[in-house]
Design a protein around this ligand. Structure first.
Ligand SMILES: *Cc1c(COP(=O)(O)O)cnc(C)c1O
Length: 471
C-alpha cells in the first residue's frame, strides 16, 4: 500500500498539535509536561493504527486532522490528572469487599486520622515524662482490655502478623499444622508459602478432612518450635470431618513446652451469634483457650483500618516486638489513629455496633433495608421516566472478606433493567460514572443491594442512572 507511507508522512508534528488553541488552553490548566506527553502518546497511537490497518478501507477510516486528536488528548490528560485511588459506591451488598477497600471507617476514626495527619502528634512521645515512647502504647492497653490477653501489638496487616510471628518464633524450626488448615486467602497469601518465607519448616499432619490430637502428638520432636492452628476463614468443610480444638492443642503444647499460635483471620471482638449471625470464632475465646499468640486482621469483621493485630502471652509478644522485622512491618500513624478509635468503640459493644460501619451494615434490620430499597426504586423510576424498570426484591448479601463464608444475610435489592441497554452495558456505564457505582448483574438485570449503600448515596445513584439513560 503506497498510501500507508503517505499517511505516516501526514501525521502532524508534536509542536504543531501543541500549538492548537484547544491544546494550548489545556496546557494552561494542566502541567505542560503532562499535555506534551499526552500529545506524544496520541500521535504514537495514530502511527500504530496506520501501521496496523489491514486494508485501505480501515486506513481511510483514520482521521489525520489535528483537531480530531484534541478529544483524545483531553481525555488522556484528565485521566492522568484525576486520582486513580478514588471513592466508589458499593452497591454489591458485600460488606467486607476486599477489592473495594474492605471496611469503611467510623466517622470518629476518620476524624482521628485527619487530626494526626495534619498535625504533629504523640506518635512516639510520652507527654507525662516528656520522653521518647513507643507507638504500640496507643493500642496495646485497649486490645488487652477488650480481648483479655496479657499483651498486644499491631503491624501492617494480618499476613505481616503471621510472617512476623513465624520469623520470631520458628525460624529454622518446625511448625506443625493440620493438612485441613493449609489454606489460601486470596491469590497471594497461602499459609504454607508464608511459613516457608518466615523460615519455618512446614510439618503437615492429619488429612484434608480429619486431623486428631494424636497426629500432632506424634509429630512433635526436638525441632518443633510451634503448633499452629489456622481458621479456615473463607470456606467450611462438612461431613466426615474432625479438627483439633484449640484448647486440646494448648494442653498438648503445655505438656511438651511448645507454644501454640492461632491465626484467626477475621478478628471478631464481639459475639455475633448473639445478634443472629452464624458462629465465627472470637478473639476472646482463643485467649480463654490459652493460645500463646493470636493473629487477626484489623479491616475484616473488626471494621477498622488495614492492620494485623497480635495478642497473647507477654513473653512471646515481647519477642515479636524486639524482632528486627517489627520495624519493617510497623504501622503508620494514620492507621494507628484509626485503629485506636475503632478499638475504643469496642469498650461498649452496643456503641461498636452502632458506630462501626462494617458491624452496622451486617446487622441492619430488615425493615430499614426494605425502606431504603423502596426509596431507591422510587428515585430510579422517577429519573427513568418510563425507560427503566425497577423492582424491589428480597435477596441475600454476603459478608465477604473471607469471613462467614456460608452466611447469607437476608436483604432487599432493587433489580433494574434499562430499555435501551443490556444489563452488561448498564453495569459498565455505572462503573464509569463520575462516582462509580459497583453493582451485581443477575438474570439480565442490574442488582443494587442497599445493605452497603449509604443513605446519602441514593441521590448519587439516581443521578448516575439519569445521565446514563439520557446519553
Ligand atoms: C485474611 C486472612 C489472612 C490475611 O490477612 P490480611 O489482613 O489480609 O493480611 C491471614 N490468615 C487468615 C486465616 C485470614 O483469614
Amino acid at each position: 500500500m503506497v498510501e500507508r507511507e503517505e499517511y505516516l508522512r501526514s501525521i502532524s508534528p508534536v509542536d504543531e498539535v501543541l500549538a492548537l488553541a484547544a491544546v494550548e488552553e489545556l496546557a494552561e490548566n494542566n502541567p505542560k509536561a503532562v499535555v506534551t506527553q499526552a500529545v506524544r502518546t496520541v500521535l504514537a497511537e495514530l502511527r500504530r493504527s496506520i501501521l496496523e490497518a489491514k486494508d485501505e478501507e480501515r486506513l481511510k477510516a483514520l482521521s489525520l486532522e489535528p483537531a480530531d486528536l484534541v478529544p483524545l488528548i483531553t481525555d488522556l490528560v484528565s485521566e492522568v490528572m484525576s486520582p486513580s485511588l478514588r471513592r466508589v459506591i458499593n452497591a454489591t451488598g458485600v460488606v467486607v469487599h476486599t477489592n473495594l477497600g474492605r471496611s469503611i471507617l467510623s466517622p470518629l476514626a476518620v476524624d482521628a486520622v485527619l487530626s494526626v495527619a495534619s498535625n504533629y502528634s504523640t506518635l512516639e512521645f510520652d507527654l507525662k515524662e516528656g520522653k521518647r515512647s513507643n507507638r504500640q502504647v496507643h493500642i496495646e492497653d485497649l486490645l488487652v482490655t477488650i480481648t483479655g490477653a496479657e499483651s498486644a501489638m499491631a503491624v501492617n496487616n494480618n499476613a505481616a502478623a503471621v510472617f512476623l510471628a513465624l520469623s520470631a518464633l520458628a525460624n529454622g524450626k518446625e511448625v506443625i499444622i493440620s493438612r485441613g488448615e493449609l489454606v489460601e486467602i486470596g491469590g497471594s497469601f497461602r499459609i504454607p508459602d508464608v511459613m516457608v518465607a518466615g523460615g519455618a519448616i512446614l510439618c503437615e499432619v492429619g488429612t484434608t478432612n480429619k486431623t486428631h490430637l494424636k497426629d500432632f502428638d506424634g509429630a512433635i520432636g526436638p525441632e518443633t518450635a510451634l503448633l499452629l492452628k489456622v481458621h479456615t476463614s473463607n470456606f467450611a468443610m462438612r461431613g466426615f470431618t474432625a479438627e483439633v480444638p484449640l484448647k486440646e492443642l494448648v494442653e498438648l503444647g503445655a505438656k511438651k513446652n511448645i507454644p501454640v499460635m492461632h491465626d484467626l483471620g477475621s478478628g471478631v471482638l464481639i459475639d455475633l451469634a448473639q445478634y443472629g449471625l452464624s458462629y465465627e470464632p472470637g478473639v476472646k475465646e482463643s485467649v480463654l483457650a490459652g493460645a500463646d499468640i493470636i493473629t487477626f486482621s484489623g479491616d475484616k469483621l473488626l471494621g477498622g483500618p488495614q492492620a494485623g493485630l497480635i495478642v497473647g502471652k507477654k513473653d512471646f509478644i515481647e519477642r515479636l516486638k524486639g524482632h528486627p522485622l517489627a520495624r519493617a512491618l510497623r504501622l503508620d500513624k494514620m492507621t494507628l489513629a484509626a485503629l485506636e478509635e475503632t478499638l475504643r468503640l469496642y469498650l461498649d459493644p452496643a456503641q461498636a455496633i452502632k458506630e462501626i460501619p462494617t458491624l452496622n451494615m451486617m446487622l441492619t434490620p430488615q425493615a430499614e433495608l426494605k425502606k431504603r430499597a423502596d426509596g431507591l426504586a422510587k428515585r430510579l423510576r422517577e429519573v427513568g421516566a418510563g425507560r427503566l424498570n425497577a423492582q424491589v426484591m428480597a435477596d441475600h448479601s454476603k459478608v465477604g472478606g473471607g469471613a462467614l463464608p456460608l452466611e447469607e444475610l437476608p436483604t432487599f435489592v432493587v433489580s433494574a433493567a434499562a430499555e435501551s441497554l443490556s444489563a452488561a452495558a448498564f453495569e459498565a456505564a455505572l462503573r464509569r460514572a463520575e462516582t462509580p457505582v459497583i453493582v451485581r448483574v443477575k438474570d439480565e438485570r442490574v442488582i443494587f443491594d442497599v445493605r452497603t449503600i449509604q443513605r446519602s448515596e441514593i441521590a448519587e445513584i439516581a443521578e448516575a442512572v439519569q445521565s446514563i439513560l439520557n446519553l
